[in-house]
Write a new protein. Structure first.
Length: 310
């Protein structure tokens, strides 16, 4: 081939490359978001691997994907905080019209030792949940930490009212962390209203969320008189449950193991199930580590009560 013909071929190849838009090494530079396909858009503060870096030799550690580099994953098909209107009185054991989804709910009325770890696990796995704190526990140092996490993650967590002192609102007694405010009490309508409104002021102050119209009666004990009193101060949505994990009871006292909790929830879960757990549950965190992937493998969306209702 003559030198002139060779130069012409080289020029043609160069022109073809320019027309097809094939990037050179400089144009494909790391950190250029526009150089990445839309499905792998760069995460702020991270660097996606280049084409050559993704082709790791056998036995070497590959670069994590952009999703793996995200510190807090997006909720997995769930949302929280989209509360329904006050409306008329309703009591829910489950919400079967919600589709293939279920709610993990966590009461906060006593022991709180594993609470922060439980919430961090839910955050790390993009799990939405509804929490029912008492006003008394929300004021404690640990409770304030919990409320701060709720405030920081409204996309995952919403709250309902669990009263001020966790008294039995039908027959009196009960109470947590101390029985004193509930001892010898005749739970009149005025008492029920005060338990809810006192707690609401504390919960909203620390979490940034007004809990109404959601509430859960302590011990699940409720009657129509109590419902009427609650509704008179805006609490028209009473939430009970169809799966009770009994996670508040330690194994030494006959409580369930993590494996038993997980097996119970996964075997009983149906569309619209409401699972009762506790932020102070003894085996709750270990059970969640089995339940969350297990339920998702069955196609369940783990979400908030608001999301089920909507």
């Amino acid at each position: 081939m003559t030198r002139r013909r060779l130069a012409g071929v080289v020029a043609a190849i160069t022109l073809l490359a320019a027309c097809t838009g094939t990037p050179n090494a400089t144009e494909r530079g790391v950190g250029s978001a526009s150089a990445q396909p839309s499905s792998t858009a760069a995460v702020p503060g991270t660097t996606l691997p280049t084409e050559s870096a993704s082709q790791s030799p056998a036995g070497s550690e590959s670069m994590p994907s952009s999703a793996a580099l995200t510190s807090t994953p997006a909720p997995s098909g769930c949302q929280a905080g989209n509360r329904v209107a006050v409306g008329s009185q309703q009591t829910f054991v489950k919400i079967p019209t919600a589709g293939h989804a279920m709610a993990l709910t966590l009461d906060m009325g006593g022991r709180l030792d594993p609470a922060i770890d439980i919430l961090n696990f839910l955050i790390a796995n993009g799990v939405c949940a509804t929490l029912f704190p008492t006003g008394a526990m929300a004021q404690t140092p640990q409770g304030q930490q919990v409320m701060a996490i709720v405030r920081a993650h409204p996309e995952l967590f919403e709250i309902g009212n669990h009263t001020m002192h966790h008294c039995n609102l039908v027959s009196g007694g009960g109470g947590s962390p101390t029985a004193a405010p509930c001892t010898g009490v005749n739970p009149t309508a005025a008492f029920v209203r005060t338990e809810l409104t006192d707690a609401a002021a504390i919960l909203e102050h620390f979490s940034g969320q007004p809990p109404a119209p959601y509430w859960r009666p302590p011990y699940g004990v409720v009657n129509q008189a109590v419902r009427d009193a609650a509704a008179s101060v805006g609490y028209t949505k009473t939430f009970l449950w169809d799966i009770d994990t009994i996670d508040w009871k330690p194994i030494a006292d006959g409580g369930p193991t993590a494996q038993q909790i997980a097996a119970k929830v996964m075997s009983k879960a149906v569309d619209g199930s409401i699972v009762l757990m506790h932020l102070g549950g003894y085996e709750t965190l270990a059970a969640l580590k089995m339940m969350v992937p297990g339920l998702r493998d069955r196609g369940f969306v783990l979400t908030s009560l608001s999301d089920l209702l909507n």
